[in-house]
Design a protein around this ligand. Structure first.
Ligand code: NAX
Length: 332
């Protein structure tokens, strides 16, 4: 039997935490033969519901779940973890300035970076879910210099999955037949869902989405804004932000990172830019990646037309602004 993997989930008592814990414990993230020990972290005001989550996980008698540590102590939560899924953060409240939210999250991500650097397993891989996800991941990287930067990522897989699902619905094909969509940039409304390379598998081979969708204007307008605004549509429908789809996407992200992306396609992940596609280094930016044996590689050589170029640069510009805002809150 395999050794258990230790997985930290922060913000575990929240909306997404409640959805992701059972997915992980059922083996959806690391496969049906990989046992795990869950480390659940939240803050003091949420300690009762955190304890309740632990009780429910125990009561589910998940065969793969070999232990649950539920704590409000950061050091204890980070001890020896191999995977850290960082969902906890400070949510924007009505009337708050963007820079105030930023400075609260900068403080949280700075502290968690130091704690993981100190207590986690050396091979620890990190997924930041909490918003602003890309910039939180960037701050994390800055304050955890001993964690290799390729081990620090942020979640844009939800946007990727949404794009795939929307195309499948439009074309009336199974979602699994839609491949090679890309989310470029920030997990925000400037993200660019790109369908230029997307295909649909059919009995007679893969066909470009651009050929199958008759209305090119739809791809350049409604499609893009529907993907960008899907999160807001869910908030307005259920008065809470997406939880089960976010949890599922986080499982997909870790699953593919550890176990590899399926042949013939790629996924989108927020990673430290290496300058690919002219995206400045020093930003955490979503790229198309292929994963194999626990490491990711940015897909190279894709053509970028003028329309895409502009959208990719807009999102990079927004990330540079967020970075400046984050840094300005560090110096005060
Ligand atoms: P909730 O407010 O339900 O849960 C957040 C939890 O984090 C709370 O239990 C809170 O007590 C805890 N928390 C706060 N500060 C903490 C700290 N310093 N250490 C540990 N825990 C802490 O939010 P939820 O709906 O679960 O969303 C969580 C985060 O995910 C938000 O920042 C949200 O914006 C972000 N999202 C990111 C997505 C993505 O695709 N990257 C999509 C979904 C989601 O909107």
């Amino acid at each position: 039997e395999k050794e258990p993997i230790r997985i930290l989930v922060t913000g575990a008592a929240g909306n997404i935490g409640y959805a992701i814990a059972p997915m992980i414990a059922r083996g959806l993230m690391l496969g049906p033969d990989q046992p795990m020990i869950l480390h659940l972290l939240d803050i003091e005001p949420a300690s009762k519901s955190l304890e309740a989550l632990k009780m429910e996980l125990q009561d589910s008698a998940f065969p793969l779940l070999q232990g649950v540590i539920a704590t409000t102590n950061v050091a204890e939560a980070c001890k020896d973890v191999n995977i850290a899924i960082l969902i906890g953060g400070f949510a924007r409240k009505e009337g708050m300035e963007r820079k105030d939210v930023m400075s609260k999250n900068v403080a949280i991500y700075k502290a968690q970076a130091s704690a993981l650097e100190r207590y986690a397993s050396e091979d620890c891989k990190v997924l930041v879910v909490a918003n602003p996800a890309n910039t939180n991941a960037l701050i994390f990287k800055e304050f955890a210099p001993s964690i290799p930067e390729e081990n620090i990522t942020c979640l844009t897989r939800l946007d990727h999955n949404r794009a795939q699902a929307r195309l499948a619905e439009k074309l009336g094909v199974p979602v699994s037949s839609v491949k090679k969509v890309i989310i470029w940039g920030n997990h925000s409304s400037t993200q660019y869902p790109d369908t230029n390379h997307a295909t649909v598998s059919t009995k007679t081979g893969d066909r470009p989405v651009k050929e199958l969708v008759a209305d090119q204007n739809w791809l350049r307008n409604e499609f893009i804004s529907e993907v960008q605004e899907r999160g807001a549509a869910i908030i307005s429908a259920r008065k809470q932000s997406s939880a089960l789809s976010a949890a599922s996407a986080a499982c997909d992200h870790i699953h593919d990172w550890f176990l590899g992306t399926p042949k013939g396609t790629w996924v989108s992940m927020g990673v430290c830019s290496d300058g690919s596609y002219g995206i400045p280094t020093g930003l955490v930016y979503s790229f198309p990646v292929i994963c194999e044996k626990g490491s990711w590689k940015i897909v190279q050589g894709l053509s970028v037309d003028e329309f895409s170029r502009e959208k990719m640069d807009d999102s990079a510009r927004e990330l540079a602004e967020e970075k400046a805002l984050a840094y300005s809150s560090l110096s005060v």
